[in-house]
Design a protein around this ligand. Sequence first.
Ligand code: F6R
Length: 260
Amino acid sequence: MEVVILDDPAAAGGLVGGAIASLAAATPALVLGLATGSSPLPVYADLRRRRAEGSLSLATARAFLLDEYVGLPPGHPQSYRTYVAREFEAGLDLADDAVQGPDVQAADLPAACAAYEAAIDAAGGVDLQLLGIGADGHIGFNEPGSSLGSRTRLKTLGEQTRRDNARFFASADEVPRHVVTQGVATILQARHIVLLAFGEAKAGALAAAVEGPVTAMIPASALQLHPHVTVFVDEPAASGLRLAPYYRETWAAKPTWQSL
Ligand code: F6R
């Protein structure tokens, strides 16, 4: 796991945006995995900037959402499909049908979850998966206690997550209780995973995920089992990391031939 401590989220956005642009240039059938929430916003802003400059095209790329609320009407401003249309697709040049999320309106949700897994496989799997981390250690919406072998399925949000996400809704009561999320094992199938964590509120979960034991109580700790994970954090989010001096030294001395 490579941990990169940066001055601010915008610096992370620039580095991850650059990595995606290089990958897109080399991989016409690029498949991205998209997170929502605040953490990936600097990456999406950087991608839009590159597109406006003419240095990025995602015309032949595809993308899959990590998760989606269950119970919101289609087109709800806080649905993750709407978020992705607003924050990611607008300003980029993806094809109309290039972005897919789980079908949370389906009458048979387990069948829709299985179909979503099959669609990711049929696309060739995810090349680069963006992730945030919850203050309780979740990735996707795999809350503490989630099986590390889990696949896409229905989950119930924990109290902490519903409180954290209340900022996007008029009140905490409006945050849906249920979501469909890629499972921990689904996420671990991506070829490169980029975890973004900013702000002091993430420090405890991040330290537990990166330096603690692998445990279902901190689903993000399963990332320790993946061979290619890059973690971008700002100083407040890095404040609980025991090996912070080592991560800084490693980044400063990173060989120029070694990409992210
Ligand atoms: C979002 C997702 C969640 C968030 C996490 C952090 O698609 O799956 O795991 O990444 O809750 O949210 P932010 O970035 O808003 O702090």
